[in-house]
Write a protein that binds this ligand. Sequence first.
Ligand code: SF4
Length: 468
Amino acid sequence: MCGIAGIYSHKSVAPELYECIVHLQHRGQDAAGMMTYDERMHKHKGTGLANEVFTEKNLQLLLGNIGISHNRYPTYGGFSHGEVQPVWTSVPYGIAIAHNGQITNYNELVEEVTQTEKRYLNTTSDTEVLLHILAKELDKNGIPKTSEEFFNHLCDAVSTIFTKVKGAYSVTGLIVGKGLIVFRDPRGIRPLVKGERENNGKTEYIFTSENTMFYSLGYKPKGNVLPGELIYVDNDGKLFSKRLVKEDFNPCIFEYVYFARPDAVLNDVGVYRSRLRMGQNLAESWKKKYSDVVPDIVIPAPSTANTSALAFAHEIGVRYSEGLYKNPFVGRTFIMPGQEERKRSVKHKLVPQETEIRDKKVLIVDDSIVRGNTSREIVRMVRDFGAKEVYFVSACPPVQHPCYYGVDMPTSDELIAGKQQEEDIKKYLGVDVLMYQEIDDLVEAVTRRGDHHIENLCMACLNGDYVV
Ligand code: SF4
């Protein structure tokens, strides 16, 4: 999972692209990068958080009114400076791209790029392969004279990508002398939203993974980049767009469960509202299955589960408590790259509040149980602080299958529900009651409001039904 942004503006774009990746920081904490363009490319990237990579001084060197930026969360490729996005090539034109997602036929495409096209790859990143395929396709059609002609070339190139490249990819890109490009895979698995702003009678455009920075930057939300759509903004700010293919729309359900910020609206569904509904649906199940089990308090595993826990507590009429204090300066555990780092960071991150826990029947609501280690640690901490009984409720059904579309859960062996039955998981976590959300209830929570265009959410990690 990564965060991407692309902006066409009539003023210096670097400060706003920086604000984008600060707002998207929860989507990837490994590295950050930016490229801007004003007759030539300017780039800066590095490992760490956006505010560690960028300074006032290096932002000043990123000249131009068109640019892209990226927060990295590694799912494919190694972990070196070379993997940090945006990635770029100088032929033809000079092209840079930032990518969120994961390509599933990577090996086949590497073969094509290196053996057939004789292009050299610097990294093992799937983004670099995508870049070279785009470059190769754009190199085919001669030199366009007008933006209309160039857009036609782009349509041909991106149509070929849509045919050849399998998996999930939302992309923002820069092309020297041409402008900004944006496209989203035909299934729309990873999010990509768009916004517009007027500046002295001229329109400016923003494209990002989430819309959480639109308000502060003065952009108005204008919906989503559609699945299979290509958008091109030329150097003069003229926008061209075309939906090149129309397939089933299958956005990732896990964005609503865990990844996206609660204030984001993705695919016309508000993440906060969907999480409230997850809590409501969980409460209905709890009342049906465990009407005789009444906790003294409901506490969230902070902070993604806060919203669902709040709704759950309200629906069952039990006090909501912030029984686990979260240190906001420690990163999200799920996107820590290694298992050991994940384990260590739970205790650094969460401190139980004894007065809220001791001698109480504590119900913990978490967004999901993926590997099980974090949940187990949380239960142990709550027991250490004197809970009389511990119940554990997951807003997401059992995660049983690996994700090949950009989320770091690559093997069933790493997923606790991939190898154990619910009763065994309950024992492993050390809880008195374990309850998962039903799949239908989760889908209902995301899609209850009808004013969206989602056809079938991707739920491959829950039901094994891979959409690509
Ligand atoms: Fe999202 Fe799961 Fe589909 Fe991956 S497999 S894209 S995490 S719903």
